[in-house]
Design a protein around this ligand. Sequence first.
Ligand code: DOR
Ligand code: ZN
Length: 352
Amino acid sequence: MSLAHITITKPDDWHVHLRDGEMLKAVLPYTARRFARAMVMPNLKPPVVTTAQAKVYRDEILSALPKGMSFEPLMAAYLTDDIDPCDLERGFNDKVFAAAKLYPVHATTNSESGVTQIKSMRLVFEKMQRIGMPLLIHGEMGDPSIDIFDRESAFVDRVLVGLRRDYPALKIVLEHITTRQAADYVADEGRGGKLAATITAHHLLINRNSMLAGGMKPHNYCLPVAKREVHRQALIRAAVSGGGMFFLGTDSAPHPRTAKECACGCAGIFTACNALEIYAQVFSEAGALDQLERFTSLNGPAFYGLSANKDKITLERGQDCISSDLASVIVGQQEIIPFKSPINLFWRVVDQ
Ligand code: DOR
Ligand code: ZN
């Protein structure tokens, strides 16, 4: 029985890892069912650096799409120290690249080819600013001497403030924010329409205890790592605020179970199968369902200068909770463990 329902413009996922090969085929339907478009992260091995590589990857995604499903992948270029700014510009003008992603070297999974000196990217950032190409940032210091829980706030203070000063017209998205400092900074600085942030579903539900207390939970480990409860509360306030500078980006990041449950487990949480349901639950519990559509479906396209989707999607709140133990996704001999929501989820997507 449906206790409540809400019909909203079909959402977009502004930050997702779809991977490639068999993993792509296995995870793509979960994203395509819920999202009309997604900004596809380029941290493959090797990374998606050139326009030619992005075209090949986009074709691979489109051919992995099950028949009858429609979905538009938006490609991000992986910035390296020696990226070719002319190829980047061509790729953007030809509508192959929708944005470029900055990974500080060693900041996260597959960031070995990331940028070593952000200051030396001046020509690239100036060009991006001039042509209106958005810069997406993994906002953590890659410096191993900085405490892992401080890497995001240090990035805001030491790098982002300077970038905003040096490139005031460059569109920047601070991806998957996890701290009150980042949320406050973006709420303030984002009013001019040049700075925004994505917020994941899992960071709205877990804090660092969820990862470390009562035994280590590798499936709650991602980067940036979940922080203290006060930060989670700040993220919820930012998401439900209705502010146009905050929008949905799941950072769904599948890894094989064996790569998560081992002595040096990978960062990444697979949420493509329940992120939208989690956002609905969080907004509903915050008494802010009226703001859900702005966050999931309107703020993102407005920031990127795109139209909102024409299709709609309906979510309903049932009486019975969706099992928090969703079935593993099987990829060959491997399995991917979906994010286990720590709260009961009552919202579900109604099939169209
Ligand atoms: O947890 C994460 N996983 N954070 C990232 O930045 C990368 C991602 C991945 O690719 O697995
Ligand atoms: Zn990511």
